[in-house]
Every structure is written in C-alpha cells, then in structure tokens.
Design a protein around this ligand. Structure first.
Ligand code: AMP
Length: 250
C-alpha cells in the first residue's frame, strides 16, 4: 500500500512571531522554519504502518517555494521513501493545496493520504477536509489512533466530549492529531543521508490551473496587552471589586 503524506513548512512552534511595523503581515525574516508538528505525526504514522508490513511506499509532498525542500528532507530522514516538491512562487491557501494534492493523488494513486489536522501558521484546519471532498474519498479527521485491516481504516478521532470511532473504506484521507503518536527523533546520520536523496520537483501550474488564493490579508494586529493581575485577601473583597471596578452584577 502506498501512502502519501503532506508536510508543510511553517514558523517553528517555539518562535514568538511579531507583526510587521506596517501591519501588513507577520515578520518571518530570519525566523526559524520547521516541519508543521502535526505533519510529523502523519509521517510517523506512515512509517509505523510500513514497519508493520502494511505500507510499501511512503511519499512525502510539500507545496511551496524551493525552501520547502528542508521539510521534505526531514521527512526523508524520518523514513519516507520519496519526496515531491510542488513548486509555487506564491503562497498557496488550503483550497489551492487541496486541488494540487488531488492532482498528485490521481497521478500516484495512494491508498491512504495522511495530513496534519492543521498547520500552526494559518490554523486553518481545512486542507484534509477539502481534499477528501474533492476526491470524494471518506475522511477521518483529528485521528488519535489508526488501524488498517484489509481495505478498511479504523480511525479513532477526538470530538467534543470524547472520542468517536469510524470505519473508512480505502482509499481515504486521514488527518493526524498530536495524540496519534510520538514522532521519532531524527538522527544526524539520517539527516546527512537524506541530503543526498533526490527530490522530484513539479511545477504547480502543471498540476492545476486554479490554485491561486481567493483570500486577501487586509491587516494583522497584536492582541491587546493584558492588564496585570492583583491579589485580593478574601472572596468578599473579590466580589466587591468585580461589582465596583468591573461593573459585574453579582
Ligand atoms: P491547514 O488546512 O492549512 O491547517 O493545513 C492542514 C494540513 O494540510 C497540514 O497539516 C499539512 O498536512 C497540509 N498542508 C497544508 N498546506 C500545505 C502545503 N503548503 N504543503 C504541504 N502540505 C500542506
């Protein structure tokens, strides 16, 4: 079974991003970029399925500029067999990404497509769902456990108030939650070996003629600064302050 895993290059989750002075966007000049954390879970799950003898080939794919090669090399170092860069000079939003992934799925015919549940830069949480809909494949989103038997995937997913278990007919789209697994540590020799592996590059325009953004970013602003907290000596003092200073009726 072939598995396709989508990996996005995002600002490292440890970085505190700043808004540009003109409010046009966040400033990512010189900022550390990494593989989207949920996509590491997706790659890890694919590798575990290969180790169990269920998967035969893992293809990692990223959409973006040539700089996205670094996250593909990370995926190769973890254990992916092949890497594909769908190159686009311009930013591609979730619907465009889903359309490009659909074209690659039609070309590669994987039985399972794994994505992260969301990218930590846009927090959209849309691409897997849109891809499932465009392909008309069953989808299991926010997966915290995945089992593959014959031509079915059993997916445990996190929902409000607990978990839900679904059975999907393959081919299917699954998006990974952090609880799915603990991604393996990438060893330096594996990273060095991954640097020598080829990365297939496809121009985005050869896969779709309709992946341009439909959203325009108008303005970005810092959240308002929080007021410093104070300590009160008793519940009655707290209630009094809420009444007189915050105008709350208790
Ligand atoms: P989003 O819908 O933007 O929150 O992204 C959800 C998931 O879609 C990510 O965790 C990735 O698996 C995949 N994805 C989104 N954008 C890209 C991209 N540019 N390249 C590869 N995968 C992507």
């Amino acid at each position: 079974m072939k598995i396709l895993v989508a990996v996005k290059r995002v600002v490292d989750y440890n970085v505190k991003v700043r808004v540009k002075a003109d409010g046009s966007d966040v400033d990512i000049q010189g900022v550390k970029m990494s593989i989207n954390p949920f996509d590491e879970n997706a790659i890890e799950e694919a590798i575990r399925l290969k180790e169990k003898g269920i998967a035969t080939e893992i293809i990692a794919v990223s959409i973006g500029s040539a700089a996205h090669q670094d996250v593909l090399r990370h995926a190769l170092a973890m254990g992916a067999d092949r890497a594909v860069l769908i190159e686009s000079e311009h930013e591609v939003h979730p619907l465009g990404v889903a359309k490009l992934l659909k074209a690659l799925v039609e070309k590669e015919q994987p039985q399972l497509i794994l994505l992260g549940k969301q990218a930590v830069d846009d927090d959209a949480g849309q691409t897997g769902q849109m891809l499932g809909a465009l392909l008309d494949y069953p989808q299991g989103t926010f997966a915290s456990a995945v089992e593959i038997n014959d031509h079915q995937a059993t997916v445990t997913r996190e929902v409000d108030g607990g978990t839900e278990t679904l059975t999907l007919q393959l081919p299917a789209v699954i998006t990974a939650d952090l609880r799915l697994n603990a991604p393996r540590f990438v060893k330096l020799p594996n990273l060095m070996m991954a640097k020598k592996k080829p990365i297939e590059t496809l121009a985005a325009a050869t896969l779709s003629d309709d992946f341009q953004p439909r959203l325009r970013l108008l303005n970005v602003a810092e959240p308002p600064a929080r007021k410093a907290g104070i300590k009160v000596n008793s519940v009655s003092e707290l209630l009094e302050k809420l009444r007189t200073e915050e105008g709350i009726t208790i």
